[in-house]
Write a protein that binds this ligand. Structure first.
Ligand SMILES: *Cc1c(COP(=O)(O)O)cnc(C)c1O
Length: 418
């Protein structure tokens, strides 16, 4: 159904109901004013043109109202984070009570582990993927050490020899054989390196079969795939908003705590005034009374300027809807895959799963004998991709702002370089 020519790509863009959204983003340009081909939305999403107005609104309210802005701003700051909850919950398939936007990703992983990594003398090990993102690995290792265990108490779920992708049955074996010593599974829902989208429901079942808590890092999933967090049954999840959620460098993260833990006020956790009951928060002399739901993990009053950027992005996502976005994403990445397959060379190989339901928009492409200079040649053609040692180029045709023509042009250049 796909065709390897520019006319076909242009035709697809004409038929694409989401094509117009590209013009709602700032696309980086070269010195001559030509748009770069941007394939690194998996690393830092582009800026929606509306974002500036959202941030300016808060700057103006701050200028005009000072502290009164907490109540009198157009979007009162006191409850600003609540304006993000429903839309964020839809993006990850959660109930509003299960979601909050706060802090940044690694910080949130630690705060969640305060509650959900509760080791005993015999049940204390943590399972991660062997290709876990470094920050997640460091976070887990430091939690182990903090509780008096060793870095080597991390168990790695790794691809089989000669393979790149994880097999769920191998996780099952790990948990069946060592589950009595394992207390937490902390797994990347979409692997940052291969782009593999794992079966979260299955992972939750495997973990729970041996009374392990299951946590998911969705940094590469939120806004890219639909994780159906509530239905999956995982205990908690955390993600950032600067990748597929286009909310700006270092912007705040999102947190999910499953409803089954919402009312458990006995869970150990760190406290601050922002997870204290909002009815009595400003009475100042009250004993700590934790809020229900994911809001019960907040500590501080949040940075409104960063939240304004998130609000701009979530409003855009809400207009488009995840279903429509994923429908385009599957077509666009399918086209990308098709074009790569038309290159008659054994030197190029996609390691991301072939099944569209087991991946998001990113394809990780292995180029034989290539080094970083290959990636630099792409950059010289004004194509921004992402290089990972050893020899993998990650390209994410983000459906909100990538056209079929962009993908066609990327693969034309790849073909010429090989
Ligand atoms: C991007 C990413 C991070 C980054 O963490 P920050 O705390 O936001 O710097 C962590 N984990 C994964 C899996 C990521 O993809």
């Amino acid at each position: 159904m796909y065709q390897d020519n520019l006319a076909f790509a242009k035709e697809q863009d004409k038929l694409d109901p989401l094509a117009s959204y590209k013009s709602q983003f700032h696309i980086p340009k070269d010195a001559e004013g030509n748009d770069w081909l941007y394939f690194t939305g998996n690393s830092l999403g582009l800026q929606p043109k509306e974002t500036k107005a959202y941030i300016n609104q808060e700057l103006e309210d701050w200028a005009n109202l000072g502290v009164e802005g907490h109540f009198e701003a157009k979007n009162p700051w006191l409850n600003y984070h609540e304006l993000l909850t429903d839309k964020m919950a839809k993006i990850v398939g959660a109930k509003p009570i299960e979601v909050v936007v706060m802090n940044t990703l690694t910080t949130n992983l630690h705060l969640l582990m305060v509650s959900f990594y509760r080791p005993t003398k015999t049940k204390f090990k943590i399972v991660i993927e062997s290709d876990a993102f470094p920050s997640d690995r460091y976070a887990v290792q430091s939690q182990l050490k903090f509780h008096g265990f060793s870095e080597t108490d991390v168990i790695e779920w790794r691809p089989r020899k000669g393979e790149h992708l994880l097999r769920t049955e191998d996780l099952e074996t790990i948990v069946r054989e060592q589950g009595d010593a394992i207390t937490l599974l902390l797994i990347g829902g979409v692997n940052y390196y291969t782009g593999q989208f794992l079966d979260l429901k299955r992972i939750a079942e495997i973990g729970h079969s041996k009374n392990c808590i299951v946590g998911i890092d969705l940094a590469h999933g939120a806004g890219n795939i639909q994780p159906h967090l509530h239905a999956s049954g995982v205990d908690f999840a955390a993600w950032c908003t600067y990748k597929y959620l286009n909310s700006g460098p270092g912007s705040l993260g999102g947190v999910f705590v499953h409803e089954k833990h919402s009312k458990d006020k006995d869970l150990p956790r760190f406290a601050g005034w922002w997870n204290h009951n909002k009815e009595t928060r400003f009475n100042m002399r009250q004993p700590f009374d934790v809020m229900e739901g994911a809001e019960g993990w907040q500590l501080s009053n949040p940075p409104i300027l960063s939240m304004a950027a998130i609000k701009a992005s979530l409003d855009l996502f809400d207009t488009v809807g995840m279903d429509a976005l994923i429908e385009k994403s599957e077509k666009l990445t399918g086209y990308f895959e098709f074009l790569i397959q038309q290159i008659s060379s054994d030197d190029i190989h996609i390691i991301t799963p072939k099944n569209p339901k087991e991946r998001g928009c990113q394809l990780s492409i292995q180029v034989k004998n290539a080094d970083k200079s290959f990636h630099e040649k792409l950059t010289a053609h004004h194509i921004i991709t992402d290089w990972r040692e050893p020899g993998v180029i990650r390209c994410a045709p983000v459906p909100l702002y990538t056209s079929f023509e962009d993908v066609f042009r990327l693969v034309s250049v790849l073909k010429n370089l090989l």
